[in-house]
Ligand binder design. Structure first.
Ligand SMILES: [Zn+2]
Length: 81
């Protein structure tokens, strides 16, 4: 585990040592402290929290990661069901 910053939303996150935690994330919705380092097909790697990872398309590019920031700003007052 290591402290880092999400490349998408800029939130402080904790990078898990393995991908095992992805399966328990849904059971602990209040946790914002878990992220994964995602390697993209273009060879770059990005540290992303799970909410940001879920927003990425199936084959994300660095541009998609950058777009996460804008989405986060627009969705600053989410009250949808
Ligand atoms: Zn994020």
């Amino acid at each position: 585990m290591a402290n880092a910053t999400c490349d998408g939303c800029g939130r402080g996150v904790t990078v898990a040592g393995s991908t095992a935690n992805i399966w328990t994330f849904g059971e602990d919705d209040g946790s914002e402290g878990t992220a994964l380092t995602l390697e993209l097909e273009d060879g770059s790697s990005h540290t992303l929290c799970f909410p940001c990872i879920e927003r990425l398309p199936d084959h994300p590019t660095a541009e998609d990661v950058e777009a996460l920031e804008e989405v986060e700003v627009e969705a600053s007052a989410p009250d949808e069901r």
